[in-house]
Design a protein. Sequence first.
Lengths: 113, 113
Amino acid sequence: QQQVKQSPQSLIVQKGGIPIINCAYENTAFDYFPWYQQFPGKGPALLIAIRPDVSEKKEGRFTISFNKSAKQFSLHIMDSQPGDSATYFCAASYSNAGNMLTFGGGTRLMVKP
Amino acid sequence: ETGVTQSPTHLIKTRGQQVTLRCSSQSGHNTVSWYQQALGQGPQFIFQYYREEENGRGNFPPRFSGLQFPNYSSELNVNALELDDSALYLCASRQTRSTDTQYFGPGTRLTVL
């Protein structure tokens, strides 16, 4: 009930491509869905987050699409750059549980020059 | 940089020993959470502290314990270390327990031999 499933595990795109990372959740009580970017040896850094009352959110080159009925959400990276090569994690939390984050398993993205 | 600091950066211990990890939260943040990130996996929630009291706990045994101090800095203590405790331990702080956005520190890499 607490799981967040993320796919794919790894992804390789060419510079300028649009990698898409997908996540699915089971617990309908989740009300906050952030995406984190993590470089080797560093802690996760918040990229963008969405709540279930909107279907899409854009911040710079990053877009979250949210499908409440399907219990799925995805991250799109526009005009991807080699510097975007990192591991990306989706996560979910709900306010009644103190906002503790449940993370997906991660997607290792490589953007080739 | 998030303003969340952790020490030490790396630590090597042997099985059965005890370890203490430290975290200084971002200025103005009174809620601190600890996560364990095994190699190649997403972070898993250990516990959370709000105003010096434990405010939620994940599926971790009692040998994982913590403290939060009046200045909102925090410690994670692990007793009777096991090989599987080898991981990156992440601290995250947020303004208050009802705030969604969590900011992670760089982590402490613990190796248990």
